[in-house]
Design a protein around this ligand. Structure first.
Ligand SMILES: *[C@@H]1O[C@H](CO)[C@@H](O)[C@H](O)[C@H]1NC(C)=O
Length: 227
């Protein structure tokens, strides 16, 4: 079976460049590719949330950043990173124009199948191979994953470093209190437990058993869906 994972950079301006370079890479089996020569230099002005850069050989994802204008001299950019291999976060301040190398990461489409002990098992959506992933890597995404969930596995130097869930997904409400009769107050919300395990706030009219669309980044209700 052919393996055709795509190389993904989380920064749009470089997609075209990487896209054309990857066209020359022969298809290789999962985890067998190393293509760190394709990382791209960026500087503080290119920083945005979600961008993954390589620092001292490890991948760091930008969680958030702020730019401080100095009374004298150039602005400084403070960046909060998550080390995707260790799960730790750091905050560093950089001079305007300081350079970074984007981390060359790959994404594989996969489906969650089951978990056992501390291991989550996913199935590569293209090769149907089973891929074990430690719960440390799944991390807090666990609350958005149900059996059959389509997710992406992020690889760095042939190691799975992150599980990415779609930014919106549909879940069933498995537990929530009944709608209070007569409670018509605008903005009345109540907690609801979703089929994936997450607990979020939903409008009062959402009943147990309803299917709802959720923003998984913010952990917020979007709308009720009919299925
Ligand atoms: C990132 O966000 C947190 C919480 O909103 C804030 O306290 C922190 O100062 C921010 N860090 C940067 C570098 O902007």
């Amino acid at each position: 079976m052919k393996f055709t994972s795509s190389i993904v950079l989380l920064s749009a301006p470089f997609l075209a460049l990487i896209g054309s370079a990857s066209a020359f890479l022969p298809p290789t089996p999962a985890f067998a590719r190393s293509a760190s020569s394709l990382s791209v230099a960026v500087d503080t002005s290119d920083i945005k949330n979600g961008l993954t850069v390589e620092i001292d050989g490890e991948p760091y994802k930008v969680l958030n950043f702020s730019i401080m204008k100095q009374a004298r001299g150039a602005a400084k950019t403070t960046i909060k990173f998550k080390n995707l291999m260790r799960g730790t976060t750091i905050e560093n301040t950089y001079r305007s124009g300081e350079k970074f190398e984007t981390a060359l990461i790959e994404k594989i489409g996969a489906q969650f199948t089951y978990s056992e002990g501390n291991t989550f098992f996913f199935m590569n959506s293209e090769t149907f191979e089973e891929i074990p992933v430690s719960d440390k890597v799944v991390d807090d995404k666990v609350k958005w994953i149900t059996e059959g969930s389509e997710i992406s596995l992020v690889l760095f130097k042939d190691k799975i470093i992150e599980v990415v869930v779609p930014s919106t997904a549909v879940y069933e409400v498995v537990e929530t209190e009944p709608n209070m009769k007569g409670n018509t107050a605008q903005g009345y919300t109540k907690p609801a437990t979703l089929s994936s395990g997450a607990v979020i706030s939903v409008p009062g009219f959402v009943e147990q058993g309803a299917k709802i669309k959720v923003d998984t980044d913010k952990g917020e209700y979007i709308e009720r869906v009919n299925e």
